[in-house]
Design a protein around this ligand. Structure first.
Ligand SMILES: [Zn+2]
Length: 309
């Protein structure tokens, strides 16, 4: 037996049809609560195995009465990836977060992206929730592309979120071109400020972190329209990835947010079955943004991201 308390009074649920597969119709569930300004859209589970945002959304719904404005939430942006626990959209085998602004006459993933993009259009701001498989702080990032005038608005959202560290992406340049087609980049091209949040995944996140992130999002809704924002000096970095040359069991030797120098050992890999230990060093000086915990890795595994200025 179970009881649903006040569910329908608190939030509205609608489903945006995407199409059909076999005998099943596919739709995107969207929940909404509150009224008036600001209008914020929260997108979650673009990557189907990144589950922590579901706990954040539950917490936000529980405090919906004390949130200002209108919250529109896409809890499961990648419905089949969610079922299968996959990062990519499994029908087309594509990364949904590289398909924006989408195409409502394209393949299934492009149509999904187009529907998500449409839901984001009337927003004053968009927050896109992700997790890392590596150890992760509360990280917020923005991707303004070529629209430099959006930078202040994206930064305002980030000041209100108060994350541990800021990841600055410009998908128009250099290594960051790999992010081309992201939701944030496509929204920036349309002049809509958006930020993404990265957090530990569901086996690693604790309830304190869930509450902290949900309170931060609440703070964005409640203060988005205020002119006075506390300026805080949260460090801002670009990410440099460190990949493994070896395979075996990985053990980290540095902690999140620790400063490291180029050449410093950040972890070890012990081969299987010999258990020969090899040291892994950072190729750059910077701050540990993410690093794997104890894990089994292969050649080419992404071990860490180092924040560089
Ligand atoms: Zn993700």
């Amino acid at each position: 037996m179970y009881v649903i308390i006040n569910f329908l009074e608190k939030i509205k649920l609608k489903r945006v049809p995407i199409g059909s597969i076999g005998a099943q119709s596919v739709s995107l569930p969207i929940i909404e609560f509150g009224s008036g300004q600001p209008k914020g859209v929260i997108v979650s589970l673009q990557h189907g195995g990144e589950l922590s945002p579901l706990w954040i959304i539950k917490d936000l719904i529980e405090k919906s009465e004390i949130i200002q404005g209108t919250a529109t939430i896409i809890p499961v942006a990648n419905p089949f990836g969610f079922i299968q626990g996959l990062r990519n959209e499994p029908i087309d085998g594509k990364n949904l977060n590289r398909q924006f602004p989408g195409n409502d006459q394209g393949d299934f993933t492009a149509r999904l992206a187009a529907s998500i993009f449409k839901v984001c259009q009337p927003a004053d701001f968009v927050i896109d929730l992700h997790t890392f498989s590596r150890q992760s702080p509360f990280l917020a990032g923005y991707n303004i592309g070529n629209n430099l005038s959006l930078q202040d608005q994206a930064k305002k959202i980030i000041q209100l979120l108060k994350p541990d560290i800021i990841w600055k992406v410009n998908e128009g340049q250099g290594d960051d071109k790999r992010f081309s087609g992201s939701l944030d980049g496509a929204l920036a091209a349309k002049g809509i400020p958006s930020v993404f949040i990265e957090m530990p995944n569901y086996q690693a996140i604790d309830s304190k972190m869930v509450t902290r992130i949900s309170n931060s999002i609440q703070n964005v809704f409640n203060n988005f329209n205020s002119l006075e924002i506390d300026k805080n000096n949260i460090p801002e970095f670009k990410a440099k990835y460190i990949f493994a040359d070896q395979a075996g069991i990985f053990e980290p030797k540095v902690s999140l947010l620790e400063k490291v120098k180029a050449g410093q050992v950040i972890g070890t890999v012990s081969s299987i079955p010999e258990f020969d230990e090899t040291k892994i060093t950072s190729s750059v000086s910077g701050v540990v943004m993410t690093i794997k915990g104890n894990d089994v890795i292969r050649t080419g595994s992404k071990i860490a991201s180092i924040g560089i200025n």
